[in-house]
Write a protein that binds this ligand. Structure first.
Ligand SMILES: [Zn+2]
Ligand SMILES: [Zn+2]
Ligand SMILES: [Zn+2]
Length: 230
């Protein structure tokens, strides 16, 4: 299964590989900021990210934390693929040549791993590390009724194929599951892991208001201690 995605510059909906061609064909602008166009993949999730050549791996680390990863400020690192060689976060993207592949790991306990591929160095209309394209959010059916789910039951994540419930069934089965064990469905490979709740997952596709925060307002208790050391 392959998830399609949205171009955040024009709203086009395309497959992951077609998106690369689309960006290179329609959004490279002479005179814009020299950038590394970076493909980021983790599981079924994917992004295309523009990284101005003067920005560093550290800037990308922060971007990935904001959009996909941050739960309780775990350690992270970049390695060159196939080589356990840790890269300093101060390296600028100018030094990452086209076709170079990097591994980013967040949290060395319940690790979330991302593969970053430098597609090319091209001028793009961005002045900081920023989102160019992102996979369409995956839809999960509720384990009880089959409607689109709103929550993941985090205690079932590792044992069951369908740990998802919808809003309605979550209310009805409140006693059974308990709100402590649920977190909102997010468009992130870290969904359901550690204390990840997606508060930072604020880039849901809304061309007219792409930076509006998507805050989870449901009145549920917060997990007792999401920052268990790991
Ligand atoms: Zn586009
Ligand atoms: Zn955590
Ligand atoms: Zn349901």
């Amino acid at each position: 299964m392959q998830l399609k995605g949205y171009c955040y510059l024009c709203g086009a909906e395309l497959s992951k590989s077609a998106m690369k061609n689309h960006i290179m064909k329609y959004h490279v602008q002479e005179g814009a900021t020299p950038c590394a166009l970076v493909k980021v993949e983790s599981d079924l999730y994917w992004l295309y990210v523009a990284a101005p050549l003067t920005c560093t791996l550290g800037d990308m680390d922060q971007f990935l934390r904001d959009i996909w990863l941050e739960c309780c400020n775990h350690l992270s690192e970049f390695n060159v693929q196939g080589d356990r060689f840790e890269l300093p976060l101060s390296i600028p993207w100018a030094d990452a040549d086209p076709d170079v592949k990097l591994i980013h790991q967040y949290d060395f306990g319940s690790t979330t791993e991302c593969l970053l591929t430098v597609v090319d160095h091209v001028p793009l209309p961005f002045d900081k590390v920023d989102l160019v394209a992102r996979n369409v959010p995956m839809e999960y059916p509720c384990r009880q009724c089959g409607k689109p789910a709103a929550y993941i039951l985090t205690e079932l994540v590792y044992d069951e194929d369908d740990p998802y419930v919808c809003e309605e069934c979550a209310e009805q089965h409140d006693g059974e599951y308990g709100y402590d064990m649920m977190s909102a469905i997010t468009n992130s490979p870290r969904m359901g892991v550690c204390g990840y709740e997606g508060e930072m997952d604020r880039y849901n596709f809304r061309p007219e208001a792409r930076e509006l925060p998507k805050k989870i307002t449901r009145g549920r208790k917060k997990a007792a201690s999401p920052d268990t050391p790991s």
